[in-house]
Design a protein around this ligand. Sequence first.
Ligand code: HEC
Ligand code: HEC
Length: 279
Amino acid sequence: MKRSNRTQSVPWISGLTAGLLLTAVWANPGQAYNSYGDGCSATGCHGDFRSSTSPKGTVFPGGKNHEMHRDSAAMATDCELCHTSPDRTPVYTGSSDGVGTVTGLGCSGCHVGPGLRKHHATKGVTACYSGGAGCHGDGTTETASAENVISPPYYGNGYTLANNPRNTAQVANTNENWSMGDFVGLDNDGNGLADLADYTVGPFRLLSVVPEGSNLRVTWLTAGGRTNTVQAAGNVSGTYTNLSSGTKILGVGLVTTNYLEVGGATKGSHFFRLKSQYP
Ligand code: HEC
Ligand code: HEC
């Protein structure tokens, strides 16, 4: 499991404070996930695109993944950003008819290849890389754009309302907020961290250390999905030891949380550090 570690220190001083041509390529039987029907649904991971239940527990507007992507009241994605004429199926992951001046890239117009493959590998699905169909090397040489880079070519193109992989606004029906009741969005860079839980997007900082009687309350800003540990040392470059056990931050998006160091205000000066891991 990929792990991310971030730390931050703060002192507390005691007392102060595409089309037919490509079809021939896709016909190559060595490629495992040419179309949605080939592997994405058949493996059971994402289910029928038009079914009302998500194997991932996501609640779709209009009751279906298809509707979440295409309905005018939701993402409003043009049919031809995903579909290829003359038939509605198969729906290719990497090409489609396109619309206007927009080249049809299929699903990969939003779920960009390198990040999508890394996301799957992070989740233990390695079919894209060697050992699976093996078409995309071993996964170590691919570079996916960071979560804070607007790289999906379809985003903001006028034929979909999907926009901004940072998904910083926790407002329904904008950016990557189209499913119901959550603001998780996507893990575009494939590091296993979606949007605000990703350190390139969601802040991670100590806000305050405040005495409460003989105790100290440490408050910090973080994001749901991370596991945070409060550490302390006698001097800033000293050896930090865990004060709290690793605590999974519940919820979605930005979360302000705190830890009470019992007896902390009677200990003399010491320094705090936060450690964060995922999950
Ligand atoms: C986000 C991509 C996407 C968009 C946008 C999209 N579709 Fe689809 N559509 C799919 C997928 C994926 C399937 C299921 C294909 C499969 O299971 O093989 C599908 C299936 C269908 C089917 C069923 C085909 C069959 O033979 O069973 C129809 C009809 C359809 N879409 C029509 C539309 C129309 C009309 C629009 C535009 C209003 C649209 N779709 C927009 C991805 C999309
Ligand atoms: C126009 C951009 C766009 C295109 C094209 C697109 N997607 Fe998505 N997709 C998104 C966004 C944004 C989300 C996240 C929505 C949310 O969580 O609120 C998403 C979510 C998903 C999910 C997660 C649903 C769940 O169970 O949580 C799946 C699976 C998915 N897309 C598959 C596909 C497939 C397959 C295609 C191609 C047929 C496709 N997408 C094309 C933007 C797109």
